[in-house]
Design a protein around this ligand. Structure first.
Ligand code: SAH
Length: 196
């Protein structure tokens, strides 16, 4: 049973389920594609696990009273801003999965048949999926009036993002050389660049 009938708790839950379905569908499509080279460390595993906990923490908040001591009131305008941010996160998550196809992986790796994706949403922004996760974290903080559940994904995802992006770009440069360098010069890292 949901702890309350707060509209923003319900909106968060709907967004959470929609995001999980998008991820599940595209993860299933990537199954069977092997990794050729892994650029992956123990600290990556720890950070991914932590971010996963930060992402699912709201379920404890929504379905139990364990986190009630950390509740606080949020203004309604924040809830609606969070709703827009969550919608944006879901669109970005869907488009980045659709465009990246079998090149996607949760960990840093290059697949045997890896190709450099520069079409679709990747025409404008190099890390739309990470941008989606950041928007998700912002939405979580704006929708859930609870210090633990609201901020859990923000504080666990940001360190993962800061460590990962430079390493990912280094890996892509090593693999694709000048093609990735050119791609970097015409795209934004997290903010889309619509001009050339
Ligand atoms: N950073 C991207 C992709 C996240 S998934 C985003 O935020 O949208 C991580 C994997 O995607 C990495 O292991 C890397 O192999 C792959 N990848 C990242 N950018 C890519 C690109 N432009 N083309 C193909 N594969 C890419």
């Amino acid at each position: 049973m949901l702890r309350s009938e707060n509209i923003f708790d319900i909106i968060f839950l709907i967004g959470f389920v929609a995001g999980s379905v998008i991820r599940k569908v595209y993860t299933a499509r990537c199954r069977g594609h092997k990794a050729a080279r892994r650029h992956f460390t123990v600290s990556d595993t720890a950070l991914i696990t932590l971010a996963g906990v930060g992402m699912v923490a709201p379920l404890i908040y929504l379905f139990s009273s364990w986190m009630d001591c950390a509740d606080y009131d949020l203004p309604v305008w924040m809830g609606w801003t969070g709703t827009v941010a969550f919608a944006g996160a879901l669109v970005l998550l869907w488009r980045s999965h659709a465009d990246l196809g079998a090149n996607w992986s949760a960990i840093l790796q290059i697949r045997p048949e890896h190709s450099l994706v520069t079409h679709g949403i990747y025409r404008y922004i190099r890390h739309p999926m990470y941008a989606a996760h950041l928007l998700w974290a912002i939405a979580q903080a704006l929708l859930l009036g609870n210090w633990l559940a609201g901020w859990a994904f923000m504080v666990t995802f940001v360190p993962l993002y800061l460590l990962r992006v430079p390493r990912e770009e280094e890996m892509m440069l090593e693999q694709f050389g000048q093609a990735y360098r050119d791609y970097m010069s015409r795209t934004g890292r997290m903010i889309p660049r619509f001009w050339r």
